[in-house]
Design a protein around this ligand. Structure first.
Ligand SMILES: [Fe+2]
Length: 169
């Protein structure tokens, strides 16, 4: 029989707060991927992936920035105790503080799927840089990896259109 975990969320909140980690994967199956996330005060990129995404704000408020089909930025405000739905392939940037916690449900990535992480110029809103990753295991914390790749290379952070340099938040 397969494992059927029952997870005590207050314990996960304590674990994350004490360890300083941002993500704890609760389970990871082809059709169901659940993780618990603490906010990242520096979150600035837009994540694009094919999976629908369901979020439940356990503590604190999330400002869920997104870009519509014309690239125009909008913000969904999801307060504590609310849940929200983000369809697949919508560029989204979940912004919430490190003392806020969210439960997020997606699905595992299909064969050949590539996640994209995009930064836009704070000056003129042009695409600055895109990181790509095959997200085969959520425990590897690809979000943290892509931030290092982006901010450690000044070329990536410099706008080719207006010359603005995006600073590490
Ligand atoms: Fe620019």
């Amino acid at each position: 029989m397969r494992e059927m975990p029952v997870i005590d969320l207050p314990t996960v909140v304590r674990e994350l707060a004490e360890s300083g980690k941002r993500v704890k994967v609760l389970w990871q199956e082809p059709d169901s991927l659940a993780f618990f996330a603490r906010g990242r005060e520096y979150r600035s990129e837009f994540h694009v992936n094919a999976s629908d995404e369901f979020t439940y704000m356990i503590k604190g408020t999330m400002n869920l920035h997104f870009r519509d089909e014309n690239g125009k930025e909008g913000i969904l405000v999801s307060p504590e105790g609310s849940t929200n739905f983000m369809p697949g392939n919508v560029p989204h940037s979940p912004r919430f503080p490190p003392d806020a916690f969210a439960l997020i449900l997606e699905r595992g990535r299909r064969e050949g799927e590539v996640d994209r992480f995009q930064w836009f110029c704070p000056g003129c809103d042009s695409l600055l840089h895109e990181e790509r990753a095959v997200v085969d295991d959520y425990r590897k914390d690809f979000v943290s990896r892509t931030y290092s790749n982006f901010f450690e290379n000044e070329k990536h952070c410099t706008c080719k259109k207006c010359g603005n340099v995006m600073a590490m938040p």
